[in-house]
Design a protein around this ligand. Structure first.
Ligand SMILES: NC(=O)c1ccc[n+]([C@@H]2O[C@H](COP(=O)([O-])OP(=O)(O)OC[C@H]3O[C@@H](n4cnc5c(N)ncnc54)[C@H](O)[C@@H]3O)[C@@H](O)[C@H]2O)c1
Length: 323
């Protein structure tokens, strides 16, 4: 097959990350670029090539696969129209906002025989791949998870609930997906939330119970600091603690004394350390091999379901149970 012609919609931060990565993949070609601010597409085109398009339709005419890299609230509409145009789709997280739109997009994605992948990049980050590998040899009991941000100011729309759908859709959703990847499907949850700096709930404490009996506490603040590590998973097993620090380190402490082993990806280039290179490769693999991508539309839908369930638990004060 000829090179997969990639079209990117939204040439801000993450659109450019993907554009750079695909420009180095010999199985792909950055073919078409569209942003509602045309200068952004023009700037990307100058550095990695690709036809600058002035509408979504023009972009669809010039590519085989569409990357949805515009802000959250646009995902359902853009991704649905790309599927309808017969394209493979890579949709950045979050899959969608709200259960109604998420269900609509899931139905559209399921109606297509093309690839639909969701951008939960952390699943490919070496630190989390290693954690999963280490957990295969041990039965973990519980975990404590933290997913903070220092602010909701950059990009500016991250503080606008009408664009994001709420803080949990921004950063926290990555580790909601991660919990399913590492531990199991969620059986039930209780949650508390409060509002401080932003005009929405910006502070969360959640307890999750999984179908296999595992349980964890989860803290997420959008108004903390960028203190390292703002993202951390501590997993507890029989005389063993495994701790990740963002996507840079994994510490494995085993036995009754204070010994520990450290794995580090601090020297790995960020695009690979964060899993972006691997997820883009997986997208091309799925297209060329006709296989299911590692993070499917259903995975994206389930993350939205978790976000909405946490908001619902806080609104109602009730425990939420999943079938
Ligand atoms: N997986 C990750 O680690 C990760 C990291 C950053 C962002 N994201 C996600 O990617 C998306 C974009 O985030 P960002 O940080 O790149 O934002 P950004 O603001 O830097 O870029 C968004 C771009 O989309 C353009 N845009 C807005 N509406 C559009 C539309 N209707 N059609 C075409 N272009 C449009 C804007 O002009 C802008 O250039 C968000 O949904 C975000 O959650 C994911």
């Amino acid at each position: 097959m000829d090179k997969v012609r990639i079209g990117i919609i939204g040439l801000g931060y993450i659109g450019n990350v993907h554009a750079r990565i695909f420009s180095r993949d010999e199985r792909a070609e950055v073919a078409a670029l569209y942003d509602i601010i045309p200068e952004r597409a023009e700037k990307t085109s100058k550095s990695v090539g690709g036809k600058v398009c002035y509408s979504r339709e023009e972009l669809f005419e010039n590519c085989d696969a569409v990357l949805v890299c515009a802000p959250n609230k646009t995902h359902t509409d853009i991704a649905s129209s790309a599927v309808s145009a017969g394209k493979h789709v890579f949709c950045e997280k979050p899959f969608s906002i709200g259960l109604t739109d998420a269900q609509k997009l899931l139905d559209v994605a399921n109606s297509s025989n093309k690839v639909f992948q969701v951008g939960h990049n952390r699943r490919y980050a070496p630190v989390y791949v290693k954690l999963k590998e280490l957990l295969q040899s041990d039965k973990a009991h519980s975990a404590h998870i933290k997913m903070n941000r220092g602010e909701l100011k950059n990009p500016v729309w991250t503080g606008d609930v009408n664009v994001t759908g709420g803080f949990l859709y921004e950063t926290t959703i990555h580790l909601f997906d991660m919990m399913r990847f590492q531990f199991d499907e969620i059986a039930e949850l209780v949650a508390y939330g409060s509002q401080h700096e932003y005009p929405e709930l910006d502070e969360f404490s959640i307890i999750f119970k999984f179908k296999n009996g595992f349980h964890c506490t989860f803290a997420s603040s959008s108004d903390a600091s960028w203190h390292f590590p703002f993202e951390r998973i501590e997993v507890f097993a029989h005389h063993r603690t495994l701790m990740t620090q963002e996507m840079e380190h994994l510490i494995d402490s085993q036995g009754m004394d204070a010994n520990f082993e450290t794995y580090s990806w601090a020297m790995t280039e960020k695009e690979e350390r964060w899993g972006y290179v691997q997820e883009d490769k997986a997208f091309i693999d799925a297209i060329l091999n006709g296989t299911e991508p590692p993070v499917t539309a259903l995975d994206g839908f389930k993350s939205v379901q978790l976000v909405e369930s946490v908001y619902e638990a806080i609104r109602s004060g009730e425990k939420i149970k999943f079938d």
